[in-house]
Design a protein around this ligand. Structure first.
Ligand code: ATR
Length: 270
């Protein structure tokens, strides 16, 4: 048996053990995957103890993605760009390799739902860690342009500068939103407090999609706002499942099918 886990604090409500158990069952991999609560100031020690006990890899969630990034001996290109690590693995030499699968998880979820990105105009709302993690994979799909807007405009402007070498990207305040979009992604944590980012009513092209990186039993206020304005709606549940599938692939070199796990998690939300 190979050991994996998810580190978080709190971590009790993590769906990852369930998701990975299902992936392992489906692909006939013998793994054990648990949830581990690391102390807020003790992530590096918790990871060290886990690998000394035979752990092979881990997922990392709030609030440890930056700590995980800091302790890696080697980083993937996309993790270096994101400044965050959600997937750790131990190399043969005992060194720690870090990657981030959140952004590719979003892009794969959009592909799963047949949402085209190439040549499309994309609005990203928010400029925190979650948004930094998705920009490289989004730009790799060659949209015609990505616009990032944020309550604190300077953070959106900084992100646009940091990713400008990868494609057409601009950043600014909510007031700078101009024209219409094919895909609008809410990457703020505003949904958690039930807040709606101030966006213009005429935001969506025909056949446009609204995507909230959050999910829950109830539709987020952003999706409740976007539906009547003509957008097709997606929440972040598929992104959660796809980032897990990508981590599983990194560890086990087999790609699980995500359909069953998507349906299982959706059922549990009801
Ligand atoms: P995460 O890891 O979820 O990205 P973060 O780095 O703290 O967390 O970023 C949170 C994002 O949600 C930021 O873009 C934040 O805007 P600011 O940079 O202006 O703080 C945004 N956000 C949080 N609450 C918000 C609200 N009520 N209205 C608008 N934006 C909000």
């Amino acid at each position: 048996t190979d050991y994996y886990c998810v580190f978080g604090n709190p971590v009790k409500h993590s769906r990852s053990p369930l998701i990975h158990a299902e992936f392992a069952h489906q692909t006939q991999q013998t793994i054990e995957y648990t949830a581990q609560e690391a102390p807020i100031d003790g992530f590096a020690g918790a990871w060290q103890a886990f690998i000394e006990a035979g752990g092979r890899g881990a997922n990392v969630t709030v609030p440890f993605k930056g700590d995980a990034f800091a302790l890696c001996d080697t980083l993937s290109h996309r993790a270096a760009r994101a400044g965050a690590v959600n997937t750790l693995m131990v190399g043969g030499n005992g060194r720690t390799y870090g990657d981030t699968t959140d952004g590719i998880g979003l892009v794969r979820d959009l592909a799963y739902h047949r949402v085209a990105l190439a040549g499309k105009r994309i609005l990203v709302v928010g400029a925190g860690g979650a948004v930094r993690g998705i920009l490289e994979p989004l730009l790799a799909e060659q949209p015609s342009g990505v616009v990032v807007v944020n309550r604190t405009a300077a953070k959106a402007e900084q992100l646009a500068r940091d990713f400008a070498d990868l494609g057409s990207i601009t950043g600014g305040s909510f007031d700078t939103v101009n024209g219409t979009f094919d895909v609008v992604i809410n990457g703020t944590s505003a949904s958690l407090s039930g807040d709606l980012p101030p966006l213009p009513d005429a935001l969506f092209n025909t056949h446009a999609w609204a995507y909230d990186m959050m999910y829950g039993a109830e539709s987020t206020v952003f999706l409740q706002w976007a539906g009547p304005r003509g957008a097709k709606l997606l929440d972040g549940l598929g992104m959660l499942v796809e980032q897990a599938a990508e981590s599983f692939f990194l560890w086990r070199n087999v790609r699980p099918d995500t359909t069953f796990v998507r349906e299982m998690l959706r059922q549990q939300l009801r």
